[in-house]
Design a protein around this ligand. Structure first.
Ligand SMILES: NC(=O)c1ccc[n+]([C@@H]2O[C@H](COP(=O)([O-])OP(=O)(O)OC[C@H]3O[C@@H](n4cnc5c(N)ncnc54)[C@H](O)[C@@H]3O)[C@@H](O)[C@H]2O)c1
Length: 315
């Protein structure tokens, strides 16, 4: 019977700093784009009327993971998180189970980390200021990672002034209105995607947009017309064109596959990044299992090196 480590939420966040998460997530995109890592499409299992489950597998760096994660949007009414679940980590050499990992902490950290990777790769060389539109759980982690990547100061906007004020206070940034946040160099939108927060009129020369909130069908944070006016990048075309920020513009016939570059290809040099300082770049993040895998690799490395201790379970 294997005895395996179990990593709870706080243990994960103590083991992996935002700076390390950024490096690891960057490495994961490079490995995947180079064909070293494998990632089949995610599978949805509906659980009507309240939500759905997603199964997200990936293999790389000697590990194979399965992320089993929920989206139950009305859960907060019952005092429960929207996103919950577990990541099973196995050896890719023998299939042996190696660890069980909390989903919420890994998801928050890897989502925040990719915002920083995309900014480092696609924003103007001299970009510094950060606008956060939507200061909930994942907006806060995007802000923390951008801060760790030495961007800032930032402007935090949220219709819930407490959420914006709390995040601004934590990072020494300011809280302001939507226009203040959209006036920054790197604007990161992490709202529920129920209605657009970015329109064509908001696009200024040199802006970089991270669009993180639209990670499923029916969600959008920018109008299709605004999306179509940007130089477009995404984490993965299939997900982004079917359940991401790009979907509306693709369905309206405003954007075609050949106009969109994947972040991994930009990182490996297979595709070009920003070409001019006055270009408006938009990165569509839908969330990939390779990001989760990258952080599981970091976590198991930290555990093996004795930098993190945790309880075990016997299967
Ligand atoms: N891209 C990814 O990898 C990824 C990962 C995790 C979550 N998400 C998505 O990100 C979104 C946010 O998730 P969360 O867990 O942070 O939710 P959350 O509920 O913790 O935070 C959402 C925040 O957005 C604010 N908000 C709502 N409407 C707004 C508006 N019009 N303008 C500005 N702010 C507004 C809310 O007040 C809230 O503070 C969801 O759609 C979620 O599915 C994406």
């Amino acid at each position: 019977m294997p005895e395996i480590p179990v990593f709870p939420h706080d243990t994960v966040l103590a083991a992996i700093s935002p700076a390390e998460a950024i490096d690891r997530v960057r490495d994961g995109f490079v490995e995947y784009a180079g064909g070293e890592w494998e990632m089949p499409p995610k599978i949805y299992l509906n659980a009507p009327p309240n939500g759905d489950f997603r199964a997200m597998p990936a293999r790389g760096a000697g590990l194979a993971i399965l992320k089993w994660v929920t989206s139950f949007p009305r859960n907060p009414e019952a005092g429960l998180p929207v996103v919950m679940g577990v990541i099973c980590v196995s050896s890719a050499a023998t299939g042996e189970p190696l660890a069980l990992v909390d989903v919420r902490s890994i998801t928050a950290l890897r989502t925040g980390a990719v915002a920083a990777v995309a900014a480092q790769e696609l924003a103007r060389e001299d970009a510094r200021t950060v606008g956060i539109v939507g200061c909930g759980l994942h907006g806060a982690w995007a802000a923390r990672c951008l801060h760790a990547a030495e961007y800032g100061p930032g402007m935090c906007f949220d219709p819930d002034p407490e959420a914006a004020g709390r995040l601004a206070g934590e990072l020494g940034w300011e809280a302001g209105g939507r226009e203040d946040a959209l006036g920054c160099d790197i604007v990161t939108c992490v709202t529920p995607g129920a209605s657009p927060v970015v329109d064509e009129a908001d696009l200024r020369p040199g802006l970089h947009l991270n669009m993180m909130g639209a990670d499923g069908p029916g969600k959008a944070e920018a109008t299709p017309e605004a999306v179509a006016r940007c130089s477009l990048f995404c984490d993965e075309w299939e997900q982004a064109s079917h359940g991401g920020e790009l979907t509306g513009a693709v369905e309206a016939g405003l954007v075609r596959r050949e106009q969109v570059r994947e972040l991994g290809d930009v990182l490996t040099g297979a595709a070009a990044g920003r070409s001019r300082p006055d270009e408006v770049t938009l990165f569509d993040s839908t969330g990939l299992a390779i990001q989760d895998l990258a952080l599981c690799v970091a976590l198991l490395d930290a555990h093996q090196a004795g930098r993190v201790r945790t309880q075990t379970a016997t299967l």
